[in-house]
Write a protein that binds this ligand. Sequence first.
Ligand SMILES: [Zn+2]
Length: 238
Amino acid sequence: MNENSDFENTIDFDFRDSGVEDLESPWEGAVIYKRNPSISHLEYCTTLERLGFEELSTDVSKSRASTMGLRVTRAVKDYPSGTPVQISIDVTRKKRRLRLDGVIKTVLSLSCNRCGGPAAECVFSNFTLLLDEEPIEEPDVIDMGVIFGEDKSKTSVLNEEDDGDDILIDLDDRLYFPAEDREIDISKNIRDLVHIEITINAICDAKCKGGCKAEKLSSWRSEKSNATKINVIVGDSH
Ligand SMILES: [Zn+2]
């Protein structure tokens, strides 16, 4: 996709030793991990707009995000009133790699599967990225024996450093981060994580019956009887 070439154009910028506090990106919107041995926890703030999900950002997502306590920080100068995306990352240092365990929190404004109105979909996604000093190779040596640690002689690609769950990390979540590089753009991974949260099954309200407003009003009035009906349906399905 085009976005990748955009990233490449901007990755080669004049890196300043900008210090710990400076979480500003080299270009507006990029989520950049900067190598820093003294930091084991990071908080990023961006917006849906910055990640290219402008169409999912409405008053519905913004107000829900606000009630969840998500705020756009002042560092986000280009979209001060966008829908906030909060990314928290714990960094684990290994011999030749870094493991980033993170959580993304945001709210998407999707369209309700029943009535077509706006539906706030809360996103709370865990993710793991492995930043490896070695180029990422297709692990053609993987077989079930390696996965279960039965045959150490075959673990030439996934060496003994692959302790614990690291071996289960998807190839797409392994990024080549050469030791001499100071920073790495993880925007694409963040964007992909938000993207998979876009569902056609969103509903504006658990009570939404779809159809026109008049129908909704009458269904709200007979809320009690509806609740009874739902119970009956649930009861039937079990
Ligand atoms: Zn609805």
